[in-house]
Design a protein around this ligand. Structure first.
Ligand SMILES: C[S@@+](CC[C@H](N)C(=O)[O-])C[C@H]1O[C@@H](n2cnc3c(N)ncnc32)[C@H](O)[C@@H]1O
Length: 263
């Protein structure tokens, strides 16, 4: 199943820039081809290099948010749009007793993730499309590992900007939210078009040639994705500003991040 839901997945071949492999390139990974690197470099140019610092801050936010949820007693993590394995993957941060499901629609991510991430009975990878919550939530691996009477961390890190408004991202989130117990967390990061509207529009044009389109949202629209969750301090902020450990960069980024709590 591709992010477009067709039978022949787009972007699996080396010729089409692929969003998972572009992200891997920015993070310094090796799982990318020339077409991925070319588009990724174009975004580096458009963003004056900011994307390279932004993706690292995004990963570091992910780590701090997972630790925050774990410290609040969450032991189950559903990482939707998990991407190619990198450093500090969720199960490594959350600890060996945490139960972690990685979900991604990209077959290349699937084969790497199965080989590298799934090393214990507490970790599973599901190849699936997060836009179909009933299929994901009903998947046998999810039913085996996740106890829906206990809190779950729902992770949508740098992925919902690949879900178009016409696909009802709020409705998708509501389906996941309604399935999880009070005490569950929403860990979200999302590209905003507010800080650099022209650069973001240029970046969106680059993604028109990739396997999945990009659609940044306004801050208000991103806040709307937290419906049914209380947004925890410090609110929806840049990735460096979310509960920094030590001095943090004051550079502005296009991404906004936040963590919500279901009461
Ligand atoms: C930019 S990467 C983010 C990876 C990771 N969450 C992070 O922030 O480090 C986005 C990932 O989402 C996946 N993705 C995009 N649309 C998806 C969908 N509808 N269902 C599942 N995965 C999706 C892509 O294949 C890609 O691996």
């Amino acid at each position: 199943m591709s992010a477009h839901g067709s039978d022949a997945p787009r972007g699996v071949g080396a010729g089409t820039p692929n969003i998972a492999r572009m992200y891997d390139y920015w993070l310094g990974g090796k799982d990318n081809f020339a077409a991925d690197r070319e588009s990724a470099e174009e975004i580096v140019r458009i963003s004056d290099g900011r994307v390279l610092r932004g993706v690292r801050l995004n990963r570091s936010f992910l780590g701090r948010a997972v630790r925050t949820a774990a410290a609040a007693g969450v032991r189950q993590f559903l990482d939707l749009g998990s991407g190619l394995p990198t450093r500090e993957n969720v199960h490594q941060v959350a600890g060996p007793d945490a139960r972690v499901i990685y979900v991604d629609s990209d077959p290349v991510v699937a084969s790497h993730a199965r080989a590298i991430l799934v090393r214990s009975d507490n970790v599973e990878f599901v190849e699936g499309d997060l836009r179909h919550p009933r299929e994901i939530l009903g998947h046998p691996a999810v039913r085996r590992l996740i106890d829906f009477d206990e809190p779950v961390a729902l992770m949508f890190v740098s992925v919902l900007h690949f879900v178009d408004d016409s696909e009802d991202p709020r409705g998708i989130l509501a389906a996941y939210r309604d399935a999880v117990a009070p005490g569950s967390h929403l860990i979200l990061s999302h590209l905003s078009k507010d800080a650099f509207p022209q650069k973001m529009a240029a970046a969106e044009r680059v993604y028109e040639g990739a396997n999945t389109r990009l659609g940044a949202r306004t801050r208000e629209e991103i806040l709307g994705l937290f419906e049914g969750f209380e947004v925890l301090d410090p609110g929806l902020v840049g990735p460096a500003e979310w509960r920094p450990q030590g001095p943090w960069s004051t550079e502005r980024f296009a991404g906004l991040v936040g963590v919500g709590l279901k009461r």
